[in-house]
Write a new protein. Structure first.
Length: 238
């Protein structure tokens, strides 16, 4: 598993990105999925970056830790004890690995050349893991300069995701961020390059971002799961 450069970490996880509608919506959608499986154990976010998701999960009451092969600056202070930097998930203490019940791969698998082997190795190194939660960028027709910039091998469809977990029980697999599919497709059709630096919202528009995030949370809950979107969510029973 390769690491982001310092520049890529800062482009993907700038300060105040936790207030961006995309981040807020995705975290709430994932928390809803954790509640559905009645999760109350220990979880590891593989490829956690600066730890934004880990902190948000912990704030929601879930016992999350993070592993990251790179060495970014933690997004929140005093989180060094729960973010394992400079090592991949396979190098973590064996006793810790045996305690992990949920493995999350949040926009990580698209960076892996052989994701099926990568996942299988996690099943072996985390023998008591019960669930996988994964998100990936969706629809290869949306593949753009953004994907190239951040080292994505591909974008996924539902069938591709299902094939990764063919030996497991898929509890849920669905597109989300449905509305974002259409501007992304427009950009691709007309050759418009995407901005590769994510701009966090300033204080005076954070309420607008919060409102937009509620729309996308509603989308994920009520829209048909097979209706195209710019991301895919998988919840899998190991």
């Amino acid at each position: 598993m390769s690491s982001f450069s310092s520049k890529q970490f800062n482009m993907s996880y700038p300060n105040n990105i936790d207030c961006h509608y995309w981040t807020v919506a995705r975290n709430k959608i994932l928390c809803n999925e954790l509640k559905k499986i009645n999760f109350s154990g220990l979880a590891l976010d593989v490829g956690c970056g600066r730890g934004v998701d880990v902190q948000k999960f912990r704030a929601a009451g879930f016992d999350f830790y993070g592993a990251e092969v790179g060495n970014p600056e933690p997004y929140f202070p005093n989180y060094e004890e729960i973010l394992y930097y400079g090592q991949d998930s396979f190098d973590l203490n064996e006793d810790f690995r045996k305690e992990v019940e949920v493995l999350s791969f949040l926009d990580v698998l698209e960076h892996i050349k052989d994701p099926k082997t990568f996942l299988q190795k996690h099943f072996e190194y985390f023998p008591n893991a019960k669930w996988i939660i994964a998100t990936v960028p969706a629809r290869q027709e949306l593949f753009s300069n953004y994907d190239t910039c951040f080292g994505h091998y591909k974008r996924y469809n539902l069938a591709c995701c299902a094939s990764l977990f063919s030996k497991n029980k898929i509890l849920s697999i669905q597109y989300f961020f449905h509305l974002l599919y259409f501007p992304a497709l427009f950009f691709k059709i007309f050759g418009i390059k995407r901005n590769t630096t994510i701009s966090p919202p300033s204080k005076h528009i954070q309420k607008i971002h919060n409102f937009i995030s509620k729309y996308f949370i509603y989308e994920a809950k009520f829209f048909p799961k097979k209706f195209v979107g710019s991301s895919i969510l998988c919840v899998v029973k190991i």
